[in-house]
Write a protein that binds this ligand. Structure first.
Ligand code: IVH
Length: 671
């Protein structure tokens, strides 16, 4: 079975099978096989493609990520402009839109499509001869950014479509981050002291506009396709509804909550239903979109300016309320961050009682001028944590108090510091009970060692009873079975399950271990990057500051935090105990020599037009090359910018290869 023809056949079969399961999982939300079986198919395909690169295709499911960071996004001209939508805010306004449209339709009856207006960002996807060739943002409607590499990481976007599809066509849709993913991302960012995304829309936009697709792939982005832009070489259906059904048959993900509606009363009902139920949606929607179903009638109605006459957004009322800010509480995070939150006079907003809301950080409170005792506007968006929008200044009595961060930790009383250039304040006592509990919870969390069965209350008990003092103690728990059962908190079976989960956690990949350790500023994405780069905890622990800084995306703040973590004896002792317990602390690293520029040294002279020297050097390093500050015999290339210095003469003397900026760029792009 190992002649080449049969291997080729097997790769094709695997690709078809994996594409089918991707579609079941990401588009239909209805998988047919387990994750393990899926991983096994992927593993086999990857291996065959590695051994026989001639059979690798660009639309292979193995090729969703892997591309190196793009240096900047190119511009895409939209063959047909991407329009925006007019808004209506009341039944009256909707009726007015309907009356206008009916008049233009000369009294003919017409149907509507009702859809959710998802708060994400519009993209246009172009397929040529069955392959996804371009993915672009809306931009100004006429020209958008080319974000193909990033969109390819979204599993619900097909990389290829069946042969029957039109030779060339464009679909449009909304890329979004579901609420759960948004909350998780923001929570991580808060813990890492990074600025928070204001809403899922910004988070989605920030994620697809990442220069590094390896970051995009970590964000659980999704898409719903909401229209066909154009199609060439094949007739397509005459109505919007049928077009959506047709696109579904080509493998595109279309929102199952869309409805075909036959009267304006039904449109109102559809809107009403979702005003009530919007909180239960896994994504953020700020209204419905009503579209005339007949495409002929759509063409007849046309546009005014950049808005179509054949569609309108009928917005949901904002879910806001006002209440009194009784106090500002502080919770202590795992890295010692003091996180302020609003304690509110309970208020019902859109049917849910809110008593607490997020306040992010001290600067944010000051910027919004929120004072204790203020009447504040609170806003809720489904499962997104309620936010304090701002104060109602006209309601001030003068008794309101300006908030200041406490100088001592509210849990353990230790001194609080706020490092220069940071927005967060920290409790300085690593033994602070609040920090220890948060660290333990972080260690066992899903993104970390994923030890099921140890939630908030069990970890609190383990700490209180002294059964666990740090994360390494988890791996000694099996000696304490009797004590655990005696606590009466867990049934025998739960204790056994917990032991099994702890045992299983020993085989987690290195990136998870690095993340689980809870090093300040190291989120899941960064942990993965470090694991790939260093390949073992020991190499990471021993890395010099320079070595850390040579990794693109590692700045001084991160480098210092990593160095500080591994300087502490206590942390090293925990790592030793994890090692003894059998926790896996290594993984196969991408060896520098496998990178395309490995072994090549670049020196730059003069001014570059496309990027700064630091950016150019970072790109060389990302591709495995090195950079130097002077030309020596070791130098492979001298990149010559505008107004070069003496390095040019030296290179000519040594016979070093010279590159113009353009040649240099071409070389980077080819790699
Ligand atoms: S139709 C001309 N359908 O809303 C029709 N748009 O203001 C325009 N949006 O940029 C698009 N959900 O990003 C349409 N089901 C939906 C939508 C939707 C969200 C966004 C889209 C567009 C904006 C229009």
């Amino acid at each position: 079975m190992d002649d080449l023809a049969s291997i080729k056949e097997r790769t094709e079969q695997l690709r078809a099978e994996i594409n089918h399961h991707n579609y079941r999982y990401y588009v239909l939300d209805s998988p047919e096989i387990s994750d393990a079986e899926y991983d096994e198919l992927m593993r086999e395909l990857k291996q065959l493609e590695e051994q026989h690169p001639q059979f690798l295709t660009s639309d292979s499911p193995t090729q969703r990520v892997g591309a190196a960071p793009v240096e900047a996004f190119g511009v895409v001209e939209h063959p047909l402009p991407l329009l925006s939508l007019g808004n209506t805010f009341s039944s009256q306004e909707l009726r007015a839109w309907y009356t206008r449209t009916s008049k233009l339709a000369e009294g003919k009856h017409f149907n509507f499509a009702g859809e959710h207006k998802i708060d994400g960002l519009a993209v246009a996807l172009t397929y040529v001869n069955g392959q996804l060739t371009t993915g672009a943002t809306r931009g100004d409607g006429f020209r958008g950014e080319n974000i193909t590499q990033n969109l390819r990481t979204i599993r619900s976007i097909p990389l290829s479509v069946p042969k029957e599809a039109p030779a060339r066509f464009e679909v449009r849709g909304e890329v979004f981050l579901p609420k759960a993913g948004f909350n998780k991302l923001n929570q991580e960012r808060a813990e890492e002291g990074m600025p928070l995304f204001a809403n899922p829309r910004n988070a989605a936009a920030g994620s697809v506009r990442q220069l590094d697709p390896r970051i995009t792939v970590k964000r659980p982005l999704d898409i719903y396709i909401y229209m066909l832009g154009y199609a060439e070489g094949k007739a397509t259906p005459p109505t919007h509804w049928e077009t959506m059904e047709y696109l579904k048959s080509l493998g595109f993900k279309v929102n199952p909550n869309n409805r075909l509606l036959t009267s304006i009363e039904q449109v109102e009902e559809y809107h009403h239903t979702w005003v009530e139920k919007r909180g239960s949606l896994p994504y953020e929607a700020d209204g419905i979109v009503v579209k005339v179903d007949s495409l002929d009638l759509q063409r007849q109605l046309g546009n005014i300016g950049h808005e179509p006459r054949w569609a309108t957004a009928y917005k949901f009322p904002a879910i806001q309320g006002t209440t009194r800010l009784i106090d500002i509480g502080i919770s202590v995070g795992r890295t010692g961050t003091l996180n302020p939150y609003a304690i509110l006079e309970p208020v019902s907003v859109g049917g849910v009682t809110i008593k607490q809301a997020a306040l992010h950080n001290e600067d944010d409170i000051r910027r919004k001028d929120i004072r204790i005792g203020d009447t504040v506007i609170v806003q809720r968006a489904g499962e997104v944590i309620p936010q304090v929008v701002g104060p109602v200044k006209s309601k001030r009595s003068g008794q309101e108090e300006i908030f200041t961060m406490p100088s001592h930790c509210p849990v353990c009383g230790a001194k609080v510091i706020r490092p220069k250039d940071e927005v967060m304040s920290y409790c300085t006592n690593a033994a602070c009970p609040a920090q220890i509990q948060e660290r333990l919870e972080h260690f066992v969390s899903r993104g970390g060692m994923d030890i099921r069965g140890i939630g908030e209350s069990i970890s609190a008990t383990l700490l209180k009873e002294g059964l666990v003092k740090d994360v390494a103690d988890l791996y000694d728990l099996h000696n304490k079975y009797d004590q655990l059962v005696k606590l009466g908190k867990m049934a025998d079976k739960s204790v056994t399950n917990m032991f099994n989960a702890i045992e299983k956690s020993k085989d987690r990949p290195l990136s998870r271990v690095i993340f689980a350790l809870g090093i300040l500023h190291i989120g899941e994405e960064m942990a993965e990057l470090l694991a790939k780069h260093f390949g073992s905890i020991d190499k990471l622990a021993n890395a010099s500051r320079e070595e850390l800084l040579s990794i693109p995306t590692v700045g001084p703040k991160l480098a210092d935090s990593i160095a500080a973590f591994f300087r502490q004896e206590k942390n090293l002792a925990i790592i030793e105990r994890l090692r003894k317990a059998g926790v896996c602390l290594e993984e196969e690293a991408v060896k520098p020599k496998e990178l395309p520029l490995a072994g090549q040294e670049f020196v730059i002279t003069g001014r570059l037009e496309t990027f700064t020297r630091q950016e150019a050097e970072a790109q060389v390093k990302a591709l495995g090359g090195s950079t130097g500050s002077s030309v020596t015999r070791k130098t492979t290339y001298l990149v010559v910018g505008a107004e070069p210095g003496s390095k040019l003469a030296r290179a000519q003397e040594l016979g070093t290869k010279l590159l113009t900026e353009e040649e240099f760029l071409r070389l980077l792009r080819q790699k």
